[in-house]
Write a protein that binds this ligand. Structure first.
Ligand SMILES: NC(=O)c1ccc[n+]([C@@H]2O[C@H](COP(=O)([O-])OP(=O)(O)OC[C@H]3O[C@@H](n4cnc5c(N)ncnc54)[C@H](OP(=O)(O)O)[C@@H]3O)[C@@H](O)[C@H]2O)c1
Length: 194
């Protein structure tokens, strides 16, 4: 990112950092400068990030998902573009990013500022706030892709009951909602008696 574009970023920002050190595993909110962010085309002022199981693992010494240290966890983020080197995005655009290496091999969303490749950035559709996008989150995105994959294989709304396994989980609960909203009769299978 060019120096003049970087100048549009705040001089410092806060981020939650997980770090493997000689004296142990350290988790702390730190004040960082934009230079601490990885290279990328789009600088985003993060407003919301979801909490995913993977984020918990990324913040534990025995989690086995973090591939860099120090790491800012957060596998998704949503907010506003501060500056962009890619013509597809401009300052003020409302965007989200989810998955890829975010929060595992590259600094993620638990930060007031993030820099991401333009190819990972998606414009927020009208009517969907950054908060709503992250409440649906990566789990909701995955559940929606699962429903879409079933549709691609011939599942038609209302054609018959649809069984959701792992129904009490993050993905399962959202899949139940998406299928019900399509007009499906949903059968939920859960290993939890309650
Ligand atoms: N969350 C994401 O963003 C995401 C993204 C991509 C892929 N995935 C994958 O999608 C799957 C579900 O993710 P999730 O976030 O919904 O996880 P989750 O919240 O932990 O839910 C998983 C559910 O699976 C059921 N379950 C757990 N252990 C089981 C076992 N031994 N046998 C059968 N069922 C078992 C449980 O539901 P019941 O007690 O109701 O049966 C549990 O609530 C996982 O394989 C995950 O790796 C998740």
């Amino acid at each position: 990112m060019t120096e003049d574009r970087l100048a549009q970023a705040p001089a410092s920002f806060r981020a939650f950092v997980a770090e493997r050190r000689d004296d142990g595993f350290r988790r702390a909110v730190q004040n960082l400068t934009p230079e601490a962010l990885p290279a990328g085309d789009v600088l985003v002022r993060v407003e919301w990030s979801g909490v995913n199981y993977k984020d918990g693992l990324a913040a534990r010494s025995d989690g086995k998902v973090a591939r860099i240290s120090p790491l800012i966890p957060g596998i998704d983020l949503a907010g506003e573009v501060v500056a962009s080197d890619d013509p597809s995005f401009a300052a003020g655009d409302r965007v989200l990013a989810s998955g890829y290496d975010l929060g595992v091999a590259r600094h993620g969303g638990y930060s007031e500022l993030a820099r991401v490749p333009a190819a990972w950035v998606v414009r927020l559709p009208d009517g969907l706030s950054a908060r709503e996008a992250m409440a649906i989150g990566t789990a909701g995105f995955t559940a929606a892709m699962s429903v879409e994959a079933l549709e691609d294989r011939g599942l038609r709304a209302g054609a018959g009951p649809v069984l959701v396994t792992g129904a009490s989980g993050g993905l399962g609960r959202l899949a139940i909602g998406f299928l019900a909203a399509r007009g499906d009769e949903v059968w939920a299978a859960s290993g939890k008696p309650e």
